[in-house]
Design a protein around this ligand. Structure first.
Ligand code: ADP
Ligand code: MG
Length: 729
């Protein structure tokens, strides 16, 4: 008797269940059945080796080409090396002290090989892979190892060290043979409308299809489950939100907002005015605002947010602004105070009598400062409160919180947004303004941000300068790196400043902490360039005589702050930093950025990073330093970033390059994605239909009482998200 909730150890035995739990966090039969094959291989087919990427755990169908054995130089023992081929390219599999494998890895035999792909001297390797060989006669499926591969299509599962794809197939087979079936959560009428298989059949077909047409039918159904679950939960979220009013904050002609605008040193762009108009309108009503503003780096989102905050303050309430890090929070507080000028000095001599107060509340305040800050927040003296997300989680009490602004919220999911609204006050729900510099494709907007209305700032303020980006391919053109440092020197000589970004901090070699490395034969390692080491090297070499600072997440907050302040005051010429400079940091005199090991960063992240330069009147220059070889996916990605500065275009590329199902997970917080078959790249139409269906269900029956299956789908989803959120917090 096997059902959806049956424990895996009961069905498969303790040992197997433990392995599945360890590798994938699976505990129930449902978890296993929701682990779908990534693709299907045909029996005769071989996996194109050229398409593998280093770092991925791959399952490769290949043919043994030759095997060689030798003694290790540095240690005792033997290395057995098998070359496997797809007929065009080959790669090597390395086994330590397993010489006996020579007897079965015979040239010409075919099988599946699974392991982590690494590169050594620009050659691909699988280090001690697991494998399963097909029987000699491929067409006989009578016995032995061939049994799992009996079907016409071989499912290839996302696998992991210790649990190869074929073990997963065997487990699924065992489960399905004693399967009692599940009650279908989708109402029959809906299934007919969308022409979907029943859940049982879909599950069988996706795991053990006879042909690819069956796979497609199964996926269609399973995609609907995912799309509808998410959209129902969003529809409920939107519905519920309308039931608790927000404070109406109509615009005033004689308030702080108007005075501030009259004093602005620049003219707002058409986009800023238009988005500002929308927001002002939203804030005037009791229906809580839920708006996402997308705008390129440098498009001037801060002033848009500030105008909104002033409108809220003008009706006697407070606004909170949340940033992802303390450095950014401090920076926001600073730039808000700067923008506000005399209007920020409430209680101080010479301040405008309309002035308000900007209070920074972060973990790095002294006890006395914190006490004062909390007092200002609770008494209402602080009109604007700036902090990290902890501001909401720690239960800080506001006198009257009218609006929350969340800046650069990649890691801020629906669940967190809801937590924030609930937390902020029982009586009313604050307005919410979310700002992002990462342009969001429509499917992502409908899914991850489906509870928000979106608007975009598409133009940059006048006077912004273009950024040109160039790849520095150190594998092919090592001399270019020297030229790059020369270029840095020229930039500094011209009176400008430079960022150098590294993917790691450094100096942890003795502390035992492990970083991602590229490993070669016999464990030889190359780590990415690190901040501390590079800063040292530059001081003593190519950039000798320049003032070089280092900034990274391991510094204490006040140190980070003071480094940032020195850089802003041009007391530092070259700032070597980790991605703490990624978002929001604004030093107009910085005109150049060198990004080391650029292939380690995502497309959007690179775009964000380079947005730090070219913020003043002089043009910006960004150099992407990378060892990635021409024509590899990593290198192509860098070339794409170099080829355009259009963030929307890059967001589209980024989405296409990610693995299916990764998008929601990455855009939200967690590692476990709720999307498995649904593709935010390809399923735009299905998602839009699911959204419409969900609206209809929730309008008719807000709690979904008459659709227990649907209600359970939503509950599962929410539970999963919440677990994720708690894990993060
Ligand atoms: P981001 O959208 O990246 O957060 P900011 O809000 O930090 O951009 O704005 C970048 C810079 O542009 C700031 O120095 C800001 O004062 C300035 N700025 C904003 N709006 C305008 C405008 N309309 N005209 C000129 N400068 C502007
Ligand atoms: Mg900003």
């Amino acid at each position: 008797m096997t059902g959806w909730d049956s424990e895996l150890d009961r069905v498969l035995g303790a040992k197997t269940a433990k392995a599945l739990n360890g590798a994938f966090g699976m505990t129930t039969v449902g978890d296993l059945l929701r682990h779908y094959p990534r693709r299907y291989a045909e029996r005769g087919e071989l996996t194109p080796i050229g398409g593998l990427e280093t770092g991925e755990h791959a399952t490769v169908l290949a043919r043994v080409e030759r095997v060689s054995k030798r003694r290790m130089r540095s240690r005792k023992g033997t290395i057995l090396q098998a070359r496997i081929t797809d007929g065009t390219r080959s790669m090597s599999c390395t086994f330590f002290n397993q010489a006996w494998r020579e007897r079965e890895l015979l040239p010409g035999r075919r099988g599946m090989f699974a392991g982590k792909v690494t590169a050594y001297r620009s050659e691909l390797q699988l280090a001690h892979p697991e494998y399963q060989l097909f029987t000699e006669d491929e067409d006989s499926d009578e016995q032995g190892a061939a049994r799992e591969f009996a079907g016409a299509l071989i499912p290839v599962y996302p696998a992991s060290q210790g649990v190869p794809s074929w073990s997963l197939a065997r487990c699924v087979d065992q489960v399905l043979s004693g399967w009692d079936g599940v009650v279908d959560p989708l109402p029959e009428s809906l299934r007919e409308r969308i022409d979907a298989l029943g859940l049982d059949e879909a599950l069988r077909r996706i795991h053990q299809p006879e042909d690819l047409a069956q796979v497609e039918r199964a996926k269609h159904r399973l995609k609907w489950d995912e799309a509808l679950g998410v959209q129902l939960s969003l529809a409920q979220s939107r519905e519920q939100r309308g039931t608790r009013p927000a404070p109406a904050c109509p615009r005033r002609q004689d308030g702080l907002g108007a005075a501030f605008e009259a004093d602005l040193p620049f003219t707002l762009t058409a986009g800023q005015l238009e988005v500002g108009e929308r927001i002002a309108e939203d804030l005037a009503h009791e229906h809580p605002m839920n708006r996402l503003v997308q705008g390129e780096v440098g498009s001037g989102k801060t002033v848009v947010a500030l105008r909104a905050m002033l409108q809220v303050i003008d009706s006697g309430r407070q606004a909170a602004m949340l940033a992802p890090t303390e450095v950014l929070a401090a920076q926001h507080a600073r730039s808000l105070r700067e923008l506000l000028g005399e209007f920020a000095g409430a209680g101080e001599l010479g301040a405008s009598d309309r002035a308000t107060k900007v209070t920074l509340l972060t973990g790095s305040l002294s006890a006395a400062q914190r006490k004062q800050a909390l007092l200002d927040v609770a008494s209402g003296a602080a009109g604007v409160v700036v902090g990290t997300h902890a501001l909401i989680q720690d239960g800080v009490s506001f006198a009257d919180l009218g609006m929350v602004v969340v800046d650069e919220q990649h890691r801020f999911g629906v669940e967190q947004r809801d937590a924030l609204r609930v937390r902020a006050g029982e009586r009313s729900c604050p307005h919410l303004l979310v700002m992002t510099a990462t342009p969001i494709p429509r499917t992502v907007a409908m899914t991850v941000f489906g509870d928000l209305r979106t608007s975009a700032l598409r133009e940059l303020p006048n006077g912004r300068s273009p950024i040109s980006t160039t790849v520095v391919p150190t594998a092919e053109k090592p001399a270019w790196l020297e030229r790059a440092w020369q270029r840095v020197r020229e930039e500094v000589d011209a009176g400008h400043q430079v960022y150098v970004v590294c993917s790691r901090v450094g100096d942890e070699s003795n502390s035992g902490s492990r970083e991602e490395t590229t490993s070669g034969e016999d464990g030889e390692q190359r780590s990415p360039v690190a901040v501390l080491e590079l800063a040292e090297e530059l001081r003593g070499g190519p950039l000798e005589g320049l003032r070089i600072g280092a900034l990274h997440g391991r510094l204490a907050s006040e140190d980070k702050d003071s480094v940032m302040r020195s850089f802003a005051a041009a007391e530092i010429d070259v700032l070597v930093a980790t991605t703490v400079v990624e978002v929001g940091v604004d030093v107009p005199n910085a005109t150049m950025m060198v990004i080391m090991d650029a292939d380690r960063f995502g497309t959007s992240q690179l775009h964000q990073l380079r947005g730090r330069v070219g913020r003043g009147a002089s043009p910006g220059l960004c150099l992407l330093v990378s060892e990635a070889v021409s024509q590899t996916p990593a290198r192509n990605r860098l070339e794409a970033v170099a080829s355009t500065t259009d963030g929307f275009e890059l967001a589209r590329l980024d989405l296409q390059q990610r693995r299916e199902g990764d998008v929601l997970g990455a855009a939200q917080s967690g590692k476990k994605s709720t999307l498995r078959v649904l593709s935010l790249v390809h399923d735009e139409e299905l998602i839009a239909r699911a959204r419409a269906e969900a609206e209809e269900f929730v309008r008719e029956d807000p709690e979904l009482n008459s659709y227990p299956g649907l209600a359970a789908m939503v509950a599962d989803l929410v539970a999963e998200e919440r677990a994720d959120f708690l894990e993060k917090a």
